[in-house]
Design a protein. Structure first.
Length: 583
């Protein structure tokens, strides 16, 4: 695979970033959104500036491309039109190709196909992550290895230990591939590399490319037993295309339908996908086909489930929107799906099913940890990316193909898009949240008051808090240490407010307060004295810890005006007071 050099503009972006050790001033927000996702982005100046800069950078980066087509799109879940919609058509293309790339142009999407694959399993509604795969495919137990090999853990997969979830998250330990066997591709002198002479009787004689026919299900069960396991299940993640193939077989076994038909019925039709196909390229010249691209038009056979689909920018965006909006799964199913299954040897990458979850503390101004649920897809000269950003309700897509394309190019484009769009979305979100929630809330009868405001930190800063004539933080010294319920001076407690995912139809929104205890320099000393990063950040273990008469003192509920969308009051549930927002 040809790997392109990083465009010059990417180095400028990278040079300006610094590795952060934690959120700004050692604040410790919960993982996830710290303010409501912005509802109106396109018309706001930060997004306009980001779009203009990214458009110029994209044009500069692609201006020298002679063979690679590229499409980039960014959409908000809350707006009909894309925030960014950039396409480049190079001067050279295959005669079968479209002559003008746009958001409906079709690419081969490679392993982006795995998102459809896992979603199809979830859509069955009967299959659980902890189910053993042999419960659905008992024929796996009949796979046979090499005739002269002893059957043991080194040579044979222990299928009774392999679960659906392990296959989805690359934790099954099974082999990576079968179709991509080097001996299948003729004319390459492998013996010059020290490999033995090819045993003609052992050739698969199938691949779906290079003039070979697609591999069939029967050929899979004939040959896969000869592939040795890489690890025992749940040892460490090892990327596996075959895992998706097997999940495709599970879909067929449970649904009673061919895999392509089930995708059409359960995903393509409900989402309204117009350009996505499984086994065949579109008949019209709407696809982007690079010069000398040998993988266009062919089916990969059973490996289509892992990397053989065709799709367009608009269709992949529609899929991302369907996922984030929970239109294909229930909200709780979606939240469960979009969580890590395992870590990797990179601290910035976790594995989901099939998500490649990128984690960064350098993207937003508040320097908190943000997760990006992504899936890359690479097939010959096609290199693609889908990224969902739940904290901001954003869907990012990059599709590309051609000589100058490559995984490195896509990563650099993703870096440029994220570092331009996400900080702008954060700025707009803060401004919207300030209009809708910030201000002073008070109740004259009980002489209670509280002020919330935005700053460079995450969420809302809480200040001026008193309830029933009592300065609340001074009275809450017991949060920091056992002892008297009050103290002569205010302890080192900083209070910030963050949204939960609860909202009532009566226009009430649930938020939780986080009490960051200790001065920034004290927390910094803790972090520097530990062998793990962000050691002082343990909000996950401290929320809802202080309860009074069954109510958390960190439990806050806003009442929202239905027409304006603005908060009109704030209930401090643990204190049993309701504060009205001052005009």
């Amino acid at each position: 695979m040809v790997q392109s050099k990083l465009p010059a503009f990417v180095f400028a972006v990278l040079a300006g970033s610094e590795v952060a050790l934690g959120a700004r001033d050692y604040l410790c927000p919960p993982l996830g959104p710290v303010l409501p996702a912005p509802k109106s982005l396109a018309s706001q100046d930060p997004i306009k500036l980001a779009t203009a800069g990214l458009t110029e950078a994209f044009e500069n980066a692609t201006s020298k491309f002679q063979y690679a087509g590229v499409s980039i799109q960014v959409r908000s879940l809350h707006e009909k039109e894309p925030l960014i919609d950039l396409h480049y058509t190079p001067p050279n293309a295959d005669p079968k190709s479209t002559t003008k790339i746009d958001a409906d142009s079709v690419y081969r999407i490679g392993s982006l196909s795995k998102v459809f694959n896992i979603l199809s399993v979830l859509r069955l509604g009967k299959v659980r992550w902890d189910d053993y795969v042999v419960d659905y495919l008992p024929e796996l137990l009949q796979l046979e290895g090499e005739a002269d090999e002893e059957v043991d853990d080194v040579t044979t997969v222990r299928w009774r230990d392999v679960t659906i979830g392990s296959l989805a998250s690359h934790m099954s330990g099974i082999a990576t591939d079968l179709v991509n066997d080097l001996s299948s591709f003729p004319g390459i002198p492998f013996t010059s590399a020290g490999l033995p002479e090819i045993n003609q009787a052992e050739l698969q004689n199938c691949a779906g490319v290079m003039g070979l026919p697609p591999c069939t299900r029967d050929q899979f069960f004939r040959d896969f037993g000869k592939r040795h396991p890489v690890y025992a299940p749940f040892t460490t993640p090892v990327y596996s295309n075959i895992a998706s193939v097997i999940l495709g077989f599970v879909v067929e076994a449970v649904s009673g339908k061919p895999y392509a038909d089930y995708l059409q019925e359960s995903i393509f039709a409900p989402v309204g996908l117009k350009s996505t196909t499984v086994h065949e390229a579109p008949s019209e010249p709407v696809g982007w086909v690079p010069v000398n691209e040998t993988w266009w038009g062919g089916s990969l056979g059973y490996e289509d489930a892992a990397g053989g689909l065709y799709s367009s920018t608009n269709d992949i965006q529609a899929l991302g929107h369907a996922i984030l909006s929970s239109s294909l799964l229930t909200p709780v199913q979606t939240r469960a799906w979009m969580k890590p299954h395992t870590s990797t040897s990179s601290s910035g990458l976790l594995m989901g099913g099939p998500w490649e979850i990128l984690r960064s503390t350098t993207v937003t101004k508040d320097q908190r940890l943000v997760e990006f649920y992504c899936k890359a897809g690479n097939l010959k000269s096609y290199n693609n990316m889908l990224c969902l950003v739940p904290d901001y309700d954003l869907v990012l897509t990059i599709l590309s193909g051609g000589k100058e394309s490559g995984a490195v190019m896509v990563d650099s484009l993703l870096n440029a898009v994220v570092t331009a769009v996400v900080p702008a979305a954060e700025a707009v979100g803060k401004a919207e949240a300030g209009i809708n929630f910030a201000g002073t809330y008070s109740d004259a009868e009980s002489n209670s008051t509280l002020t919330i405001s935005t700053d460079d930190g995450p969420g809302f800063e809480v200040s001026g808090w008193q309830v029933r004539d009592v300065p609340t933080l001074q009275a809450m010294a017991f949060l920091k240490s056992a002892g008297a319920a009050s103290a002569p001076v205010q302890p080192d407690i900083r209070v910030r407010l963050y949204p939960t995912n609860f909202a009532k139809k009566t226009y009430k929104q649930s938020w939780r307060a986080v009490f960051d205890m200790g001065k920034p320099e004290q927390l910094q000393a803790i972090d520097e004295s530990r062998f793990w990063p962000m050691a002082s950040c343990h909000t996950w273990g401290s929320m809802d810890r202080f309860v009074y008469q069954f109510r958390g003192i960190d439990d806050f509920v806003f009442e929202i005006d239905e027409e304006s969308g603005k908060a009109v009051s704030l209930e401090l549930r643990g204190f049993k007071v309701v504060l009205k927002r001052e005009e």
